[in-house]
Design a protein around this ligand. Structure first.
Ligand SMILES: Nc1ncnc2c1ncn2[C@@H]1O[C@H](COP(=O)(O)OP(=O)(O)OP(=O)(O)O)[C@@H](O)[C@H]1O
Ligand SMILES: [Mg+2]
Length: 296
């Protein structure tokens, strides 16, 4: 922000701009959008492919998708390798959640392909139903909105997460494995979900997606609404799932610093286009990303 625009008598007043933490200089949402638009370069397919470790495990090719007749994503490409994590950042309304919606089958897809590897073969999943994606393609989706059933117990919530398993026994076994992994949930298995703290609730949301034993986790804003200590807990859980269980994680995160520190790869979305792509570290060090999304 040009110095001349600062109010004269206000000394380094903290205000809120795009970020949800206090920053010294404020950039309005409009400015972020405009400036982000200016830094948009066309990200080449070579760049996208070069960031992937091994073969791409999840791949989006030339995707045009949106809601009703409105196109939100324009010729969007994405590639992530097995066991890698990718974090999408960008201004509000850029289309980040729409990418996850499209993978899971909640948008209208006008053109383009979504592919993943099932067994040994690359499989087109663009037109699969959401249930098939959960059951056959190993993709689970952790929604941006609070989605636990408050009056059901922790255990019932988890078993619900396995409703597409071949039978209730399989869902129950998978739920037991979750309890073995997360003591915090085990200790509260018979409590209604509404009594959980914010962090425990987020753990339940993540765990519910794990009941289907997915290969790919789509995670929308895991840190939203959480106190800092719970934010760290959530990233530790995701880190464990990636490093120790080999899950592939595609995430959207408003807390760009946390998201990029966590993820192997970072994408910046602006107005439904891929504006920048790099390793998480590369984007963290990029001055434009810093100025627009990291509050510095
Ligand atoms: N269900 C829907 N029906 C119609 N339009 C939608 C729907 N969901 C999102 N949109 C529109 O699509 C555009 C992209 O929204 P999206 O939710 O993908 O943005 P986002 O990058 O996730 O933003 P945020 O950071 O605010 O979550 C917005 O203009 C939004 O209004
Ligand atoms: Mg969103």
């Amino acid at each position: 922000m040009p110095k001349g625009n600062s109010p004269k008598n206000t000394k380094s007043e903290s205000s809120f701009g795009y970020h949800d933490w206090a920053v010294e200089s404020v950039i309005s949402v409009e400015d972020v959008n405009r400036q982000a638009q200016e830094l948009s370069e066309t990200v080449s397919l070579e760049k996208i492919t070069g960031l992937v470790q091994g073969e791409p495990f999840l791949k989006i090719e030339g995707l045009c998708a949106g809601y009703g007749k409105m196109e939100i994503l324009h010729d969007f490409n994405l590639q992530v390798g097995k066991g890698q994590s990718l974090c999408m950042i960008g201004p509000n309304g850029a289309g980040k959640s729409t990418v996850l919606h499209s993978i899971f089958g909640f948008t209208n897809i006008f053109s383009g392909n979504i592919l993943t590897r099932i067994g040994d073969s690359e499989t087109l999943i663009t037109k699969m139903s959401s249930s098939q994606k959960l059951k056959e393609a190993g993709i689970s989706y952790i929604l941006q909105d609070n989605s636990v059933f408050p009056d059901m117990t922790v255990e019932e919530n988890l078993i619900m997460g396995g409703y597409l398993k071949e039978n209730t026994d399989a869902a129950e076994q998978s739920t037991e494995r979750i309890f073995e992994k997360y003591d915090r949930l085990k200790a509260r298995r018979n409590k209604p979900a509404r009594v959980l703290s914010g962090g425990e609730r987020r753990l339940l949301e993540i765990s519910r997606a794990l009941v289907m034993e997915p290969e790919i986790l789509l995670v929308d804003e895991p840190s939203i609404g959480l106190e800092p200590r719970f934010i760290d807990m959530v990233f530790e859980i995701l880190d464990d799932l990636q490093r120790n269980e080999g899950k592939t994680i595609l995430m959207v995160e408003q807390n760009a610093k946390k998201g990029l520190e966590f993820a192997d790869l970072g994408y910046v979305l602006v107005s439904g286009n891929l504006a920048m792509a790099g390793s998480g570290d590369e984007l963290l060090e990029n001055p434009d990303v810093g100025r627009l999304f990291l509050g510095g």
